[in-house]
Design a protein around this ligand. Sequence first.
Ligand SMILES: [Fe+2]
Ligand SMILES: [Fe+2]
Length: 147
Amino acid sequence: MRDQRLVGFLLRALGHEMAAAQHYLMQANLVELWGQPGLAAGLRADAQDELRHAETLMRRLLAYGVAPGGAQLFPVRLGRSVAELLAANRAVELAAVRLYEEALEYCRRMRNTTDGGVFADLLDEELKHLDRIGKHAGAAERNQRDD
Ligand SMILES: [Fe+2]
Ligand SMILES: [Fe+2]
């Protein structure tokens, strides 16, 4: 029998990853308009990471014979400065971390090591995203002070 709660986690996660990819692509195009190609390239790479995560989740959903129904994507959060973008991105990554911690805990309780392993890997990658945002924020602050 299919574990509906698990499928729920996979669908929520897929919705999050698709929205995060859209979010980072929009930001990449915004900062390009601000004349910051280096930052744009980094945000595009982030979007690619999130799309890769989405594909991992799609493979798990296919394994359970589930096609996503088309989740509502969370709205893209832009801003007027790099600091504002980074604050928005931190919120996106924190939401992913919370979701994957919850999903991982559930898999542990159910002794589902396959999906638990997938969620543990995704959690690890989102923690790395969060860490990178922290470093960028530190650098942006230092730049502002030097100006
Ligand atoms: Fe992700
Ligand atoms: Fe992420």
